[in-house]
Design a protein around this ligand. Structure first.
Ligand code: TPP
Length: 642
């Protein structure tokens, strides 16, 4: 590596000649490939943004000038150029670099990211603050074409044009979200690209006017006006003019010199926001990208020559996501009122299968979770039965829509919350740990979580048949390979399942992913002579009050276990129920779950173990609780003797 090994910060990059930058970009690309082929990561997304990162750090005086990345999954080149090259191999691993951006990871990460469409709002905030404190740095936001269509980005555009703040937006247009980009904005951007004549015409007019001797400066100003007029005439739509943005483009996003020129031009615009429109290819440089769809976005480790991932020798069981997709197809075939929806995650949610089989009744609305929910509410008003499959973490975006548009009006919408719990490598922005807390506090919704994939199928039918709102939380990854040949059954709402009925003093009430570890813990406890009842809760709301109250009267302690934040969670709901029934002095309740802190990225098994959320952790907690109660009992006895 001629250049890269000498680049420890963007300052080193800025010492180079502009002619050398393409070679730097090639080296960065190779470095990303070498690293992610070993450890995996957002390979395709980052390969597509290599030249953008090089050009931005060359043109802008970072970190004084602020670069704001959207999502941050495409920022590996940025990490490499900002002193993190030698740690890139630790990306997404416990204790290693984050897969996204974090303010506490580097001074160059000006704004944390992970969820989409935030960069323009944050960048506009920084630009406005800069003007207020009378500083003069540049702010440049990088955003993908699909994230640009997200509601927040649109709202930021609306305000930026109005404020006329000095702000640069670099649009990374690869016509892809994770799947192909969808929607009207994607069509609009294509129309701009179709208007090739604009760029040529603009350059020609500019060159001609500016080349007239003696009149250079005056004519340059005139030329600018003429160019703007042409932009208005040729560019379709309202973004450039009506919304108050200047437009530079489009530019080849893999040609560093062109990008440098375009960004230098953008820097000169001091009277309002400007969009630099760069065309890029997702997965640029990936070996045989057509053989590996995920090369366009994220990969596990792969063979650097063929691009193929190593074959696993394990016979893998189906994931919850796959079972969800297949069951949707089954249910939709039987009931033509069911409609399905994903918000830009067709593969991640299993909706790709549904979109393929039922194109008339399945929708990909793009990165638009808020719209997705209210769109479902509208369909439910007309008697359809919408099922929205949205990751638990992304559904956070749409809380008000769930409350105001769905629950308040008691509409039949099902929320299939994939990736509920600790997701692992993607870390704090992606863990689905809050859904119980954010959904539990409002009427007119039922909440459940399956112990395995067969129960997921039952819960899907139960939700769809339930006339109001319902949400199902289920984890990332494989199920248990249980028999799913039985047709889905409607479950009795608010009824849990006793899996192990024991005479002992302990009851473990486990939720969803924690049911299996609870059963394993109970078996191990039995070996020590401790008999614990194990309940598969199934429902978080409504709770199985009858059973829980009965347990409170017969057991010495109840342990609740959930893969979610404890605050406002499932265990809290049980505490509330017992408090309302004056039973808290009869039974000790110990809640197991995720404590009130940011959960880092890393292997989910390791993270779950750290918080005691596995068979061993539950086993230990039961033993500890018995010890505490014994000590208390002994203490009381001593008091009596005294
Ligand atoms: C609110 C939200 N919804 C969904 C996602 C999942 N997601 C991550 S990247 C991505 C695609 C982004 O596409 P684009 O903005 O065009 O950037 P590209 O990946 O093409 O560089 C999606 C849907 C997310 N991060 N945040």
């Amino acid at each position: 590596m001629r250049f890269l090994s000498e680049i420890d910060s963007p300052k080193d990059l800025r010492q180079l000649r502009v002619e050398d930058l393409q070679e730097v970009a090639d080296e960065v690309r190779q470095f990303i490939l070498d690293t992610t082929s070993r450890v995996g990561g957002h390979t395709g997304a980052s390969l597509g943004a290599v030249e953008l990162a090089v050009a931005m750090h060359y043109v802008f005086d970072t970190p004084k000038d602020r670069l704001v990345w959207d999502v941050g999954h495409q920022a590996y080149a940025h990490k490499i150029l900002t002193g993190r090259r030698d740690q890139l191999h630790t990306i997404k691993q416990y204790g290693g670099l984050s897969g996204f951006l974090r303010r506490d990871e580097s001074e160059y990460d000006t704004f944390g990211a992970g969820h989409a469409s935030t960069s323009l709002s944050a960048a506009l905030g920084m630009a406005v603050a800069r003007d207020k404190i009378k500083d003069d740095f540049h702010v440049c936001a990088l955003i993908g074409d699909s994230s640009l269509a997200g509601g927040m980005a649109m709202e930021a555009i609306n305000q930026a044009g109005h404020l006329k703040s000095r702000l640069i937006v670099l649009l990374n247009d690869n016509e892809m979200s994770i799947a192909p980009a969808v929607g009207g904005l994607a069509r609009y951007l294509n129309r701009i690209k179709g208007a090739q004549s604009y760029q040529h015409l603009k350059d020609e007019i500019g060159d001609t006017l500016e080349s007239v001797p003696h009149f250079g400066e005056r004519l340059r100003k005139a030329a600018k006006t003429v160019k703007d007029a042409i932009a208005a005439a040729v560019l379709p739509g309202a973004l450039v003019n009506e919304l108050g943005f200047r437009y530079i483009g489009y530019v080849d996003g893999h040609n560093v010199e062109m990008l440098v020129n375009a960004l230098e031009e953008a820097k000169k615009i001091d009277d309002g926001p400007v969009i630099v429109h760069a065309l890029t290819t997702k997965g640029k440089g990936f070996p045989n990208p057509e053989k590996n769809y995920y090369a366009y976005h994220a990969t596990g480790p792969f063979d650097i020559k063929t691009g193929l991932s190593p074959k696993s020798s394990k016979v893998s069981t189906k994931t919850y996501t796959q079972i969800f997709g297949e069951t949707m197809c089954e249910l939709m075939a039987a009931d033509d009122k069911i409609v399905a929806l994903t918000a830009a995650m067709p593969d991640g949610t299993g909706m790709d299968l549904v979109l393929g089989k039922f194109p008339e009744r399945a929708f990909d609305v793009g990165i638009a979770e808020q719209h997705a929910v209210t769109f479902c509410a509208g369909m439910a008003c007309e008697g359809l039965k919408p099922v929205a499959a949205i990751y638990s973490t992304f559904l956070q975006r749409a809380l008000d829509q769930i409350i105001h548009d769905v629950c308040l009006q008691n509409l039949n919408v099902t929320f299939a919350m994939d990736r509920a719990g600790i997701v692992g490598a993607d870390g704090p922005t992606h863990h689905g740990l809050l859904d119980i807390a954010y959904l539990r506090g409002y009427p007119n919704i039922i909440l459940m979580s399956p112990k395995d994939e067969a129960e997921l199928r039952d819960m899907m039918l139960t939700s769809i048949e339930h006339p109001g709102a319902a949400a199902i939380r289920y984890p990332r990854g494989s199920g248990f390979g249980v028999d799913i040949s039985q047709k889905p059954q409607v479950l009795e709402i608010g009824k849990s399942e006793i899996l192990r009925d024991a005479d002992g003093e302990a009851a473990i009430i486990a939720l969803g992913s924690m049911v299996n570890p609870a059963m394993e813990a109970a078996k191990n406890l039995a070996k020590d002579g401790i008999e614990a009842t194990v309940v598969n809760a199934r429902f978080i709301k409504p709770l199985d009050a009858e059973l829980i109250l009965a347990l409170a009267q017969t057991k010495r302690f109840i342990i609740t276990v959930e893969e979610a934040y404890l605050a406002g969670g499932f265990g809290s709901a049980i505490l509330e129920l017992l408090e309302e029934n004056n039973l808290l002095d009869k039974v000790k309740v110990v809640r197991m779950g995720v404590p009130d802190r940011i959960i880092t990225h890393g292997d989910p098994k390791l993270l779950l173990a750290k918080y005691g959320l596995d068979a061993d952790g539950i086993y230990q907690k039961v033993k500890e609780t018995i010890e505490v109660l014994e000590e208390r009992r002994a203490g009381r006895k001593q008091l009596k003797i005294a």
